[in-house]
Design a protein around this ligand. Structure first.
Ligand code: FMN
Length: 171
């Protein structure tokens, strides 16, 4: 799958088949995160990989915005240093990981946010130190239904892009 095709078709996947994501695919996903560029090359991210079913169930039960973590084959919990560019840097790494998984046929999603109350139980469960922020939980698994096909609910380009100067519609 080429890069544009992956971007065009990837969607948030919240239902997962009972089929494990291989260590090979998971390794590629992590490598995609690790290789992502960051401001001043600081790489202010930490990835906690969770495969244990009981832990996934506990995270799903504790995270109000993402109960489906409980059904995932694996989840990557992303923590960040408390530094100025960490959220931008880690968001970039997250997108690298989601697209790499998608190119291997594995669906995922970004769940949670820095201030999400649902994140604190995950911190406790995984022993993530207090000096880091939890940014996201990324559950991964094979989609139960065929998703993608590029059918997305997005604003038209004319609404968000300008040609040469503000106010001149691009399209
Ligand atoms: C910063 C961020 C936070 C998100 N938080 C959640 C969340 O807590 N739970 C959830 O189910 N989806 C979450 N999402 C996924 C969005 O709902 C999803 O990307 C959006 O609705 C577009 O979905 P689509 O690509 O399938 O059209 C989040 C996405 C982002 C980028």
């Amino acid at each position: 799958m080429d890069v544009f095709e992956a971007v065009r078709t990837v969607l948030a996947v919240r239902e997962y088949a009972d089929r494990p994501v291989s260590d090979e695919t998971l390794g590629r996903v992590l490598e995609a995160g690790r290789l992502t560029g960051s401001a001043s090359n600081k790489q202010p991210w930490h990835f906690v990989v969770v495969r244990d079913r009981e832990t996934l169930a506990q995270i799903g039960a504790a995270e109000p915005y993402a109960p489906y973590v409980a059904q995932a084959s694996v989840a990557i919990v992303v923590a960040v240093d408390r530094t100025p560019f960490a959220v931008s840097d880690a968001s970039r790494a997250i997108q690298s990981m989601l697209l790499t998984a998608w190119a291997d046929g594995v669906g995922g999603n970004w769940a949670g946010w820095l201030t999400s109350q649902g994140m604190e139980p995950a911190r406790a469960l995984l022993g993530i130190p207090a000096n880091l922020d939890l940014l996201a939980i990324l559950p991964f698994g094979y989609p139960t239904a065929s998703v993608g096909q590029g059918k997305k609910k997005r604003k038209p380009l004319a609404e968000i892009a300008h040609r040469e100067r503000w106010g001149a519609p691009y399209a």
